[in-house]
Ligand binder design. Structure first.
Ligand SMILES: C[S@@+](CC[C@H](N)C(=O)[O-])C[C@H]1O[C@@H](n2cnc3c(N)ncnc32)[C@H](O)[C@@H]1O
Length: 287
């Protein structure tokens, strides 16, 4: 039953009824399967929309984003488009207190009785971004939807994260070069579906360790994080990210990062994607 709920929520655009079904499955999970000591942290990977995020992020992702924003302004403004319930945004706000979110669906707050903080504005990125921001973060565009031109009017620095298949724009690409931006840097994180599969197999199935190990070889999906900026910001952003990398001073990990480690998605882990291997969280810089 849980798998059904995940499938509904992962098929965006979702209907509010799908979220309500997922919420029921979450209650069921809590009353029946919630037996493992780390079940609270598991929830975010089993019900990402309700309990966490579709980005299988670590603190290093949040710190990279914060340092990019701080290289643009001392007191940066930041907008997360399609922020959902704001799990990722909340983490970013610990570093960038002015960070705001924009979320199209008002129903997902009010029909589910979820609190909507003031820093999340209900609106459609397509025509309701009212002011300019130092950085805009885009983690989702529905297939066939393309509001890159709208974002381009509102910022000079854009950070995107999309899965390998690409959900962005009519052709599935989210390149910003056509709007006068240059790609500055990129890195790769695991896909939540791979983490979810691994977690369910490891903690909530009776599969043998051997089978789980052989299934893990089927992984290959991942999320790509791209940083785009107008040329004048490119070098300073690179310098900031390089400095952060050299200093290697990431603060203590979030509790849920333990689950990523336990399921084999450690920083530096190799992900085989076709003929190439990708190193998780390794940053690469564009020329
Ligand atoms: C895949 S969910 C991701 C939510 C959240 N960022 C996360 O990591 O879990 C995409 C979210 O984008 C919102 N969304 C879709 N199109 C939007 C638009 N044009 N403007 C604002 N939000 C939008 C949806 O309502 C949904 O909550």
């Amino acid at each position: 039953m849980i798998i059904v709920a995940i499938w509904f929520v992962s098929r965006m655009p979702f209907l509010i009824d799908d979220i309500i079904s997922a919420q029921k499955e979450l209650h069921k999970f809590r009353s029946t399967l919630h037996t493992h000591k780390d079940s609270d942290d598991h929830e975010r990977f089993i019900f990402p929309f309700l309990c966490g995020s579709y980005f299988t992020y670590r603190r290093i992702d949040v710190e990279r984003i914060a340092s990019i924003a701080k290289s643009v302004s001392n007191d940066p403004s930041y907008l997360d488009i399609g922020c959902g319930y704001g799990d990722f945004l909340e983490k970013v706000r610990q570093y960038l207190p002015k960070a705001e979110g924009m979320e199209k669906s008002v129903e997902m707050f009010f029909k589910l009785g979820r609190y909507k903080p003031d820093y999340i504005k209900i609106g459609d990125a397509y025509n309701e971004i009212e002011k300019k921001y130092d950085v805009i973060f885009v983690g989702w565009m529905e297939p066939g939807v393309d509001y890159r031109d709208k974002i381009a009017e509102k910022t000079e620095v854009i950070i995107t994260t999309f899965d390998k298949g690409g959900q962005c724009g009519v052709n599935g690409g989210c390149e910003m070069e056509v709007f006068g931006y240059e790609r500055v840097a990129s890195w790769v994180t695991p896909s939540w579906i791979d983490v979810n599969t691994e977690l369910m197999n490891k903690y909530y199935s009776k599969l043998s360790d051997e089978i789980i190990k052989s299934l893990s070889k089927l992984r290959g999906a991942h999320n790509l994080w791209y940083v785009y900026a107008k040329p004048k910001y490119k070098e300073s952003i690179k310098r900031t990210l390089r400095k952060q990398e050299e200093e290697n001073q990431v603060n203590s990990p979030y509790p849920h990062e333990k689950i990523l480690d336990d399921c084999g998605f450690e920083v530096g882990e190799l992900l085989h994607s076709g003929p190439t291997s990708l190193e998780l969280w390794k940053i690469s810089f564009d020329a």
